[in-house]
Design a protein around this ligand. Structure first.
Ligand SMILES: C[S@@+](CC[C@H](N)C(=O)[O-])C[C@H]1O[C@@H](n2cnc3c(N)ncnc32)[C@H](O)[C@@H]1O
Length: 264
């Protein structure tokens, strides 16, 4: 009986959301992108009978073996991951990418607890500067564009960057705060060697962040995106950039991860 009541409550919640998405929600690009994903998941004719299902992840894959051949990075808190973090394997991949690139200046959008920030610091040179941007919790309801409902929990936190605050490697890390849609990136124009984009996962934010980061990059730099396979907004935005924008034609999806990379 309890299970049935739970199911009914869940069903009522789903119906409320569907109702909203099909009416007022149509004004939201995130809701429209969710609908499109459903369309691809359940195509008009049951294609599963006679056709190969559509693969929504169109960006070509590479893998860590192709990229590195070995793993010589160092890690901290690699197995302490949960919601909102990179997985253990992704953290290792990013750490190795940082070690290999040996960047002088790194820019991260989306600090959260600072687990990836710390590991980027551990795998870079003593002179490396890592700038990490986070949305202050106090600005949750005043962002320039709409963020996803599901990411509110990463914004609402008492401390941003708790994993590196007080750590010996924290001298390399500079924390900056603001909304990536309105933050002044001009100071960093063409000075960044490696960027990690992991802020809001809403379609418009991913497009905004990709554009802003591109302008900060030095020639020969490396951009890393997280969550290509986890968030509809990231997938839709990155597929669109890959398909329509020449500057993103060399994007690669690292197999076994949700990471995309672009060597400039
Ligand atoms: C998934 S977490 C980042 C995880 C972190 N990069 C890591 O690897 O552990 C997303 C972060 O992006 C921040 N964020 C969300 N919207 C943002 C915005 N518009 N501008 C800047 N940061 C944003 C959130 O506050 C949160 O800290």
């Amino acid at each position: 009986m309890k299970d049935l009541l739970n199911d009914l409550q869940l069903y009522a919640g789903v119906m409320r959301r569907v109702g909203y998405t099909l009416t007022l929600g149509m004004a939201s690009s995130n809701r429209r992108s969710n609908l499109l994903s459903l369309y691809h998941l359940y195509p008009k004719n049951d294609q599963s009978k006679d056709q190969t299902p559509i693969d929504p992840y169109i960006i070509p894959k590479t893998d860590v073996f192709e990229l590195f051949g070995s793993d010589d990075a160092v890690y901290e808190g690699v197995y302490e991951c949960g919601f909102g973090h990179t997985t253990e394997f992704e953290l290792k991949v990013i750490s190795n990418l940082v070690k290999k690139a040996n960047p002088k200046r790194v820019f991260e959008i989306g600090t959260f607890q600072g687990r990836t920030t710390l590991n980027m610091a551990l795998n870079s040179s003593e002179q490396t500067e890592i700038i990490t941007l986070d949305l202050p919790a106090s600005e949750l309801n005043t962002t320039h564009m709409e963020i996803e409902d599901g990411e509110v929990r990463y914004v609402e936190k008492d401390i941003s960057g708790e994993r590196f605050i007080g750590h010996p490697a924290s001298y390399k890390i500079k924390q900056v705060f603001g909304d990536s849609a309105t933050f002044n990136f001009e100071t960093y124009k063409q000075t960044i060697d490696l960027a990690f984009i992991d802020g809001s996962h809403a379609y418009k934010y991913v497009i905004n962040d990709s554009e802003k980061v591109l302008k900060m990059m030095r020639p020969g730099g490396l951009i890393i995106w997280h969550d290509y396979t986890n968030w509809d907004g990231v997938r839709a935005a990155m597929n669109e950039l890959y398909r329509k924008d020449e500057r993103f034609k060399n994007l690669k999806h690292i197999g076994g991860t949700s990471i995309l990379i672009l060597h400039l």
